[in-house]
Design a protein around this ligand. Sequence first.
Ligand SMILES: Cc1ncc(COP(=O)(O)O)c(C=O)c1O
Length: 459
Amino acid sequence: MLHSVPVNDLESVIAADKAHVWHHLMQHKALEVSDPRVMVEGKGMRLWDATGREYLDAVSGGVWTVNVGYGRESIANAVRDQLVKLNYFSQSAGSIPGARFAQRLIEKMPGMSRVYYVNSGSEANEKVFKMVRQIAHKKYGGTKHKILYRERDYHGSTITTISAGGQPERNLHYGPYTPGFVAVPHCLEYRAQWDVEDYGERAADAIEEVILREGPETVGALCLEPVTAGGGVIVPPEGYWPRVQEICRKYDILLHIDEVVCGIGRTGKWFGYQYYGIEPDFVTMAKGLASGYAAIAAMVTTERVFEMFKDDDTDPLNYFRDISTFGGCTAGPVAALENMRIIEDEGLLENTTAMGARLMVNLRALMARHEVIGEVRGLGLFCGAELVTDRKTKEPVPEPKVQAVVADCMAQGVVIGATNRSLPGFNNTLCLSPALIATAEEIDRITEAIDGALGRVFG
Ligand SMILES: Cc1ncc(COP(=O)(O)O)c(C=O)c1O
């Protein structure tokens, strides 16, 4: 395999990039005196940049996406075959891969029934918000329209999804926001807001307090990540989820679970919510759905919700009047079908559970060696290590130091992540989400790199 790009080509690529590409999440001043990294090839857990440098990717494409790893020819072939047959027709009609994948997906989601195809996680969440608002109008004269979201959670980059976003640093300066979104407290016990034994139940009770303050007749839905991702890899404490479900039922509030990160195996089950016996009304998913081989996302709901949108066909407005142009691309469901087959045939859920346990054991061992690790958290191949200057006060490590750890790992050829631009002063959690194919050796190499980096950065 030739991993490096010939020098002349590389120079022209870098020049074009520096002249014309606006990278995501980046302050570009630094690129006036340095070159962007250009990734050119991937195989399994490994990546090569344009200079031929090899990396072990511990974050599945930077943002927990490439669940089955790079270079999957079977997905590429399935997509190619479908594209030459029929690349696109609007989702107002059906497609063969769209129907097949919906069926396979629903088999993994007992209690759910209908799949609505879109092309990003933000968009999938927006579809739920629109449905909740339309249900409020249909059933409650518009009153039950508020949507609750949780501090530290993230649901997307559009104005409305940041209005439902619990990460103030990400949202700042993009207001005014969409009205009707109300925050509930986070459930991170490490940074406890209540001094109680049953922290999970207490954090869930805080949601009920918000509902009562707002008036239950005004609250239509509660939107939560099963495990908070970019807000610090927060696994809710025991007792949290059953109480959340109880509260939603008590006040007739629809439960929307955002599985954009956790979905499709990341935590060792098909969906994160399936650890907790939850019965959601809506589930949204994106990233790992086709592991980044195609841009596909989906909003999945129940037959009960679906029925609400077809109960009166004499009213010309009584259906979900929504479209997503690229929701009709056939590459998405065909890639998602093959992605799912790979996860099943290669036993990747089991591997995720086993390797996730190893990653956690390794992280705990690092915690014993490095005072700077205040807590490690995670579920499956989805882990975080929160860095603090003092274990007693839990003072977060300054962000430049966290970034220095990430940079040191990168210099060792291991790509890790860290929370960024989420909560002012609290962008201090290292994030790990290797592909579900990770081997024991790869997991050990990741934690060895972090070990070395923490030693160098914090002495
Ligand atoms: C939990 C969660 N929801 C939604 C989104 C938005 O997805 P997208 O970037 O595909 O719009 C993200 C993206 O990181 C996410 O982490």
